[in-house]
Design a protein around this ligand. Structure first.
Ligand code: ATP
Ligand code: MG
Length: 417
C-alpha cells in the first residue's frame, strides 16, 4: 500500500527537450489514478520517472512521504505492466508469473512462491494455462499473465502503460472490467496511462488530463465531463466530442449558427465578457423535439435545422448539421485541433437523439437544446467561463465517498470469505 506524491516534477531529456514541465499530483493510498492525454504529452515519461526507469530532472517524487528520486527501481517496490507484455517465450505461464519472485529467491521459499502463483492464477482465471507457453495464448490471456506477474510481488503500487492497446475493441472492454474489479479487490494504488478517453472515464477514481507536459485538470470523470476547466479538457473528454460553435450576445440572447438562444443568466453573463465566445454543446444536450418530456421542455430552446445525414446506432442516433466557421475563431479552433491530435475541428454539429427519431438527412427537422448545461469558453485563453468550481468539487467528493464504500464492501467480502 502506498500514497504517491509528485511535486513539480520536470523531465528534460538529454537532447534538451522538456517533456514534462512541472507536474504536481497527490495519489492517495488505494486510489486508481489515470494519466490521459494526446500522443506525446508526457504520460509514459511521467510513469517511467515514477517507477525509476527515467531520471527526474527537477521536483520531488515521494512514496508514503519519503523522497525516492534517487532510490533505484528495484527498491521502490512498484510493479509495472507494459503494453507489449514483456513475457519470456521459453518459460511457461506459471514460470513467467513466478519470475519476479525467483529474483528474490533468498527471501521466499518454493512453497510460498507456488502459493502466490496459484493465488494470482485463480484471480485471473489462468489455472488451466499454467503449463502452457505464452506463444500459444490469446492476446487477452497474455495480458493476464503480465498482470499476474505484477500481482505476485505484492507491490505497493501498480503502474500500467497502455496495457490494453494491443487488444481488439471487444477484448479491451472485457479486460477493462477485469482490471477495475481486480484493483478494487486488491485495493492497490494504481497509476494507469492511456490515450483512450473511454478507458480513462470507466477505470479512474480520478483522471489527470495532460497537454504538452502540463497538467490541465485532475478530477473525477464526472467533474471532467460536467465542469471542465478549459476547452482542451472539454474537447478531449466525451465521445462523440463536444461541439464548439461561435456565439455573441445581442439583445440579451445568444446569436449562434443554430439560431438565437435564450439562455440562463449564468451563461449570458459569461458570454457578455467577450465580443465573441466559443459555445460548448455536448451531443447529448440535444434531442429530437418530439421526444422531449413536457417537464424539461421549458429548460431549453427549440430550433429547426436540416441534417446532412443521420447515423442510427441502435441505442441512439446521431444527426449531423453543418454550418460556417467564423473566420475569427479559425486560428483558435485550429490550435485546439492540433492540441487534440486532430486534423481540424469540423464545422459540423453532432446531435444525439432518441433512436426512434424519424429525423432524416436532407429533411428539415425540429430539435431541442437543453440550455442549462451550456459551456462558454474564452476564445483567447480557452478558459471555461461557465465553470462552477464548487459544483465540480462536490462531484469529485461524491466519487471519493462512493469509492470508499466500494473498498469497504470488498474488504468485508474478503473477511467473510
Ligand atoms: N529518450 C527521449 N529523448 C528525447 N525525447 C524523448 C525521449 N522519450 C520521449 N521523448 C519525447 O518526450 C515527449 C513525451 O513522450 P512520452 O513517450 O512520454 O509521450 P506519451 O504521452 O506517452 O505519448 P504516447 O501516447 O504516444 O505514448 C515526446 O515529445 C517524445 O518525443
Ligand atoms: Mg506513451
Amino acid at each position: 500500500m502506498a500514497a504517491i506524491t509528485l511535486k513539480d516534477i520536470v523531465k528534460t531529456y538529454d537532447d534538451g527537450f522538456t517533456a514534462v514541465k512541472g507536474v504536481s499530483l497527490d495519489i492517495a493510498d488505494g486510489e486508481f489514478m489515470i494519466l490521459v492525454g494526446p500522443s506525446g504529452c508526457g504520460k509514459s515519461t511521467l510513469l517511467r520517472m515514477i517507477v525509476g526507469l527515467e531520471d527526474i530532472t527537477a521536483g520531488d517524487l515521494e512514496i508514503d512521504g519519503k523522497r525516492v528520486n534517487d532510490v533505484p527501481p528495484r527498491d521502490r517496490n512498484l510493479s509495472m505492466v507494459f503494453q507489449n507484455y514483456a513475457l519470456y517465450p521459453h518459460l511457461t505461464v506459471g514460470e513467467n508469473i513466478a519470475f519476479p519472485l525467483r529474483l528474490k529467491k533468498s527471501e521466499l521459499n518454493d512453497d510460498e512462491i507456488n502459493r502466490r502463483v496459484k493465488e494470482a492464477a485463480e484471480m485471473l482465471e489462468l489455472n488451466d494455462h499454467l503449463d502452457r507457453k505464452p506463444a500459444n495464448l490469446s492476446g487477452g490471456q497474455r495480458q493476464r499473465v503480465a498482470m499476474g506477474r505484477a500481482i505476485v510481488r505484492h507491490a505497493d503500487a501498480f503502474l500500467f502503460d497502455e496495457p490494453l492497446s494491443n487488444l481488439d475493441a471487444k477484448l479491451r472492454g472485457q479486460m477493462r472490467t477485469q482490471i477495475a474489479q481486480l484493483q478494487r479487490r486488491l485495493g492497490t494504488t494504481s497509476i494507469y496511462v492511456t490515450h483512450d478517453q473511454t478507458e480513462a472515464m470507466t477505470l479512474g477514481d480520478r483522471v489527470a488530463v495532460l497537454k504538452k507536459g502540463l497538467l490541465q485538470q485532475c478530477a473525477s470523470p464526472r467533474e471532467l465531463y460536467e465542469q471542465p476547466v478549459n476547452i482542451f479538457v472539454a474537447g478531449f473528454i466525451g465521445s462523440p466530442s463536444m461541439n464548439f460553435v461561435p456565439a455573441r450576445v445581442d439583445n440579451g440572447k445568444l446569436q449562434t449558427p443554430i439560431g438565437e438562444l435564450t439562455v440562463p443568466d449564468r451563461v449570458l453573463k459569461a458570454a457578455q465578457q467577450k465580443e465573441m465566445v466559443i459555445l460548448g454543446l455536448r451531443p447529448d444536450f440535444f434531442e429530437d423535439e418530439e421526444f422531449v418530456d413536457e417537464k424539461v421542455r421549458e429548460h431549453g430552446t427549440v430550433f429547426t435545422a436540416t441534417p446532412t445525414h443521420v447515423e442510427w446506432l441502435g441505442n441512439e442516433q446521431y444527426a449531423y448539421i453543418t454550418y460556417e466557421h467564423d473566420p475569427k475563431l479559425k486560428p483558435v479552433l485550429d490550435e485546439l485541433a492540433h492540441d487534440l491530435d486532430q486534423d481540424e475541428i469540423p464545422a459540423t454539429l453532432v446531435l444525439a437523439t432518441n433512436s426512434a427519431s424519424r429525423v432524416r438527412g436532407g429533411q428539415e427537422g425540429k430539435f431541442w437544446l437543453d440550455t442549462r448545461l451550456l459551456h462558454v469558453f474564452d476564445p483567447d485563453t480557452g478558459d471555461n467561463l461557465t465553470r462552477d468550481p464548487e459544483a465540480g468539487q462536490k462531484l469529485t467528493e461524491e466519487a471519493a465517498e462512493e469509492r470508499q464504500r466500494e473498498i469497504d464492501r470488498a474488504n468485508s467480502e474478503k473477511t467473510e470469505a
